[in-house]
Ligand binder design. Structure first.
Ligand SMILES: *Cc1c(COP(=O)(O)O)cnc(C)c1O
Length: 221
């Protein structure tokens, strides 16, 4: 099941987005067992993303193969230490003090951490991230931090059937990505798209999608 899902997705996901950038797939592995994750990796998954630090830690040693580990969930500052040096890309930098703490801890460790700044594209109370209006100011402060490299933006679009709204938000995200890349430079990833909306997101210029359900099936928890 997982093997077939991964093979089908790897065929289905276009190699590049309309901007000609390579589209990358991160498997969202929250609640999945090490066995399920290893099956996905054997089928061709190269990148996995965790939401919970505890799961990241518990499964770290058990994942076979050369996979990049991403963190895609809400991160508490007191748990940064468990991810330092092990996380290829932090997608969910959603507040200034988290960026400051991650930079400080990275500097103490003598490393630089690659991050994405999370945008609350749908302005939802239940989601983290900066509003579009706050993004410029936030990026100015975060790009100035010594031990972080801002590699782009991340967003979770609202759960909605309104395709027009979703396209509008996804296109706006791409617009902001281009605008701020022109200003600050160094962007590589626009992390946007989950099982329900990834096609639309790639069509609008996402180059990194995070899929859970379409790889592992419906989560029970
Ligand atoms: C769970 C999760 C995903 C994947 O969601 P699916 O709908 O299962 O594909 C992507 N991104 C984040 C941040 C998630 O928490």
């Amino acid at each position: 099941m997982i093997t077939e899902n991964v093979k089908r997705l790897l065929e289905e996901i276009p190699a590049t987005n309309p901007q000609g950038e390579r589209v990358r797939l991160v498997a969202a592995v929250k609640t999945q067992t090490v066995e399920a994750i290893n099956e996905a990796v054997a089928a061709g998954i190269t990148d996995i993303g965790d939401n919970h630090v505890q799961e990241f830690r518990d499964k770290y040693a058990g994942i076979t193969g050369d996979v990049r580990r991403h963190f895609i969930g809400h991160l508490q500052t007191n748990k940064i230490k468990y991810l330092l040096g092990k996380c290829f890309l932090y997608h969910s930098i959603d507040r200034l003090n988290l960026a400051e703490e991650l930079s400080k801890k990275s500097a103490e460790r003598g490393i630089t951490s690659d991050i994405l700044v999370q945008v609350n594209a749908g302005n939802e109370e239940t989601k983290g991230g900066f509003a579009f209006e706050e993004l410029g100011g936030a990026l100015e402060q975060i790009t100035a931090l010594p031990a972080l490299r801002v590699k782009g933006l991340m967003a979770m679009l609202p759960f909605s059937d309104d395709q027009i709204l979703l396209r509008e938000l996804a296109a706006r995200m791409r617009g902001e990505y281009d605008r701020f890349n022109a200003l600050f430079g160094g962007f590589e990833y626009l992390s946007m798209g989950m099982s329900g909306d990834w096609k639309l997101c790639v069509e609008c210029g996402s180059n990194l999608i995070r899929l859970g359900t379409s790889i592992f099936g419906k989560r029970s928890a």
